[in-house]
Design a protein around this ligand. Structure first.
Ligand code: ADP
Length: 269
């Protein structure tokens, strides 16, 4: 059996006692080295779920386990180190005047010794293909480059899981492609789990598994292929499917079974 890295057991959450329930009895898991895409309408609870995954929020009911550790006050810093987050707006994530300083900042927060820091900065910038930009000003980079630096800052802390919460939403198609390529590479090389919260259904085709959230519940959980076979059901909750799956459906209409063919990552990138 695949080893689960993160697990929600019957997690419910509301922001205040008198406000609506945002997550209602959610049980999910993310395996080690797995890439899970989370999609759903605005307000369906995706970001809240992400924040519960790294202890920025705690459940009102149920349990969150990260790498066997129960999310609790005692374990919160260990969990935040294990689960890194990259957010939507790259400009809000920079604190350093150079790329190098920016990556260093996160490490200082975690008390990493200077010598080790230098190594980690070089290593993580290399992992995202930004090693030549270490002395550049972050604000002058392209959107895709900025998010790659944000990913490097997260990687430098050596997490076991990286969450990208709409991290490609503000990027152009080239920037999106860069990020998805980087994420996939990092996942393979560093053996991390990846959770991408996205509106871009094309991104979903790259994931191992997809979770569709609807009104605080898990509406669907399965492979991208299984999801795309449910075209009509997806439309019933108002989500459309991308070109790739339309193509797959058309092929199926022509009598070609696309189910048996794995999605080709190289082609999609
Ligand atoms: P999604 O990421 O799917 O758009 P969110 O998790 O951001 O959904 O939001 C789910 C629900 O929780 C929404 O109704 C939203 O208004 C509410 N919500 C989100 N953040 C807060 C907050 N800080 N305080 C109160 N309500 C919030």
């Amino acid at each position: 059996m695949e080893q689960s890295f993160l697990e929600f057991q019957n997690v419910s959450f509301q922001y205040r006692e008198d406000s609506p329930i945002v997550l209602d009895d959610v049980s999910i898991q993310v395996n080690q080295n797995e890439w899970v895409a989370v999609i759903g309408h605005n307000g369906s609870g995706k970001s809240t779920m992400a924040k519960l995954m790294n202890g920025l929020l705690s459940p009102n009911e149920g349990y969150v386990y990260v790498d066997g550790l129960l999310l609790s006050e005692e374990n919160i810093w260990e969990i935040r180190r294990k689960v890194g987050m990259v957010f939507q707006n790259p400009d809000n994530q920079f604190v350093g005047t150079t790329v190098k300083d920016d990556v260093a900042f996160g490490l200082e927060n975690h008390g990493i010794p200077r010598e080790e820091m230098v190594k980690r900065i070089a290593h993580s910038l290399k992992a995202v293909g930004m090693e030549e930009y270490e002395d550049h000003e972050p604000h002058r980079l392209s959107g895709g480059q900025k998010q790659r630096v944000a990913i490097a800052s997260v990687l430098a802390v050596a997490p076991s899981m990286v969450i990208l919460d709409e991290a490609t939403a503000m990027l152009d198609p080239k920037g999106r492609k860069e990020i998805m390529h980087t994420v996939n590479q990092v996942r393979q090389e560093r053996d991390v789990s990846v959770v991408t919260i996205t509106h871009d259904l094309n991104e979903v085709t790259l994931a191992d598994r997809v979770i569709v959230m609807n009104k605080g519940n898990v509406w669907f959980e399965g492979t991208p292929r299984e999801l795309f076979e449910q075209k009509e059901d997806l439309q019933s909750i108002g989500l459309d499917i991308p070109l790739v799956s339309k193509f797959a459906h058309e092929l199926k209409g022509l009598g070609l079974d696309v189910k048996t063919q794995p999605l080709n990552h190289e082609e999609l990138m």
